[in-house]
Design a protein around this ligand. Sequence first.
Ligand SMILES: [Zn+2]
Length: 430
Amino acid sequence: MFVAFDDTDSLESMCTTFLATEVVKALGVYDLIGLPRLVRLNPAVPWKTRGNGALCLNFGVGKGECQMIGEIDGRPVYSYRRMYEEANRDLVLEVAGKVVGGWSRVGEGASPGLVVSQVKPAQRLYWEAVRGIVRKEDTLRELQRISADMVGWEGGRGIIGASAAMAWRPMDRTYEIITYRQRERWGTPRELDDASVRDMDLNFPSTFNNFDHRTGRRAISPHTPCPVLFGVRGDDPRQLMSAVFSLRSEPPASWLMFLSNQGTDDHLIRAIPGQPDRSYDFECVVAGRPRTIEGGHVIVQVRTPKGMLDCAAYEPTKEFREVVRSLRPGDRLRAFGELRSEPRTLNLEKLQVLELAREERKVANPRCPVCGGGTKSQGSAGGFRCKRCSAKTSAPPAMEEVPRHIVPGWYEPPVCARRHLGKPLKRMGL
Ligand SMILES: [Zn+2]
């Protein structure tokens, strides 16, 4: 029986993934089939909470091979590959409803939704929700078709994300182990040794987005007073577990491994940017010199077959801005990012410089062809005129090539400024 929920957290507190541990605990009479799924959805939707992530778990009576995938309050959590018997739908709905309704931050802007179903919704619900904006009517029609049960609170917007999470069939996938704090520590500073995070990042190459080696800052723990201690992402579930156990931190109350679409680029539409509130992967040519605006943001105008477009590297992307600042008119790029509507700007999240234009600057005016003297520009009239004998010349000025401070290749923002869904260059084998 699939159980999915979303939009349970407000901007301030909680974390939808924490509810997964509460649901697992409350439904302890059943086994988990497969891994709990943490599914990130379109990061560009205007009403997103912090991470815009939805959860989906599958409960039943397991059979065959099982593995330990977590620990909740000192008790191991197992995941079975196959199901012997389906969980009771009414029981699951009642228990999960109490947990999600009881823990959600209703009244703080959350609009939670819970969906329970024996079969998954059509796959398109996932792709529409990760790349675009899904209307609730479309979701409800699909849920009706598969005879799913649903509960919504405060408008129940979360039903859309919950259904999308349930609809996900992984093409690409990653894993994340999230650890949760003991309750009495919630809201206090997290005890986590930065050096151990750095070492883990170096010693476990299948993990990603852990540590910014340039600034010495870790990226695995949130800055909010939520119950999450830290989360480590990776490509290899076995190595991920060793990586997490190598960290030195306060003792977590619980930990759980999730299957996720994080770091997959699933949100990118391979097309020239059109509709806003979506993210694109497209080729373009730099049209103007980059400029730095108030706040330290860098804007560069590019030409696409659909017209000119401003691309931005915002201040939090730090040294990535230097890359964008080094671009010059004529450079050919493959750009990745989210298109915002007002102002209509593409928020760059990754960049491939395909080809650099030759940049030249004038070093001297031509010499006079009659007397060999110096010349001066005639401005808009064009050409040069001798300062001594007034003879005109249309010879070109002497030029020299300006060295470029960038080479063709891939560039991405530092770990701290990356999107949950963005595929790190590390995962691309670069
Ligand atoms: Zn002359």
